[in-house]
Design a protein around this ligand. Structure first.
Ligand SMILES: Cc1cc2nc3c(=O)[nH]c(=O)nc-3n(C[C@H](O)[C@H](O)[C@H](O)COP(=O)(O)O)c2cc1C
Length: 187
């Protein structure tokens, strides 16, 4: 199984990076081939045409040569996905939002996008500061999954004072997905 981690994290160290490591380790231990996709070099959506552009029907961004096409292809080729981000302003990081905005337009489920359809998707957010914003950031990713047809396997919220006891869930959730568990499976 190809397990893709879409990272909204601009940093190489810290809590979010540690969560990414845990998810990667869990997925590898579950037998998956893991790749981490960073999206911080991509430009924002330019909202073409009358607002819809042609990406919803073409399933491609006309400005995709900035690296978006390659990133979209990785998502299309993945069997399972984790989306992991620090919480900034009670939302996902701006760089991740840029990528997800463009990806949603290309992969909107009711428009016929297929990259996410039925794929087990793990959401993990790290609100390291006040701890506020976990719910709103998860809700933002929840909506992205609804729009793209991704199946949410689990939603994990971390902060700097729950990390020790929550850390094992990042590993375990990724491992369970890699081993083939699906949303709805009874234990
Ligand atoms: C621009 C910015 C906005 C932030 N907004 C929030 C927030 O709304 N709620 C919160 O709990 N933490 C907030 N934080 C703290 C980050 O969530 C925290 O730095 C990060 O998750 C810690 O993880 P790290 O060790 O990977 O940097 C913010 C940090 C930055 C840089």
């Amino acid at each position: 199984m190809k397990f893709l981690i879409v990272s909204g994290n601009p940093k190489k160290d810290g809590l979010t990076a540690a969560i990414i490591d845990e998810v990667a380790r869990g997925a590898r231990d579950g037998g998956a081939e893991v790749e981490i996709l960073t999206v911080d070099k991509l430009k924002p959506c330019r909202v073409c045409g009358d607002g819809w552009g042609n990406c919803r029907s073409a399933h491609k961004c006309v400005f995709g040569s900035d690296g978006f096409d390659a990133a979209q292809e990785k998502v299309q080729n993945a069997d399972a996905i984790a989306i992991i981000t620090p919480v900034y302003w009670a939302e996902v990081s701006e760089t991740l939002k840029n990528f997800l905005d463009r990806l949603r337009r290309c992969e909107f489920a009711f428009g016929g996008g297929t990259a996410f359809n039925g794929k087990q998707t793990l959401i993990a957010v790290n609100a390291g500061g006040s701890g506020n914003g976990i719910i709103t950031a998860i809700e933002q990713l929840d909506r992205f999954c609804q729009h793209t047809g991704a199946v949410i396997f689990d939603r994990l919220g971390f902060n700097r004072w729950n990390y020790d006891y929550k850390r094992p869930t990042a590993y375990a959730a990724a491992r369970a997905i890699a081993e083939g568990r699906k949303n709805g499976d009874n234990l």
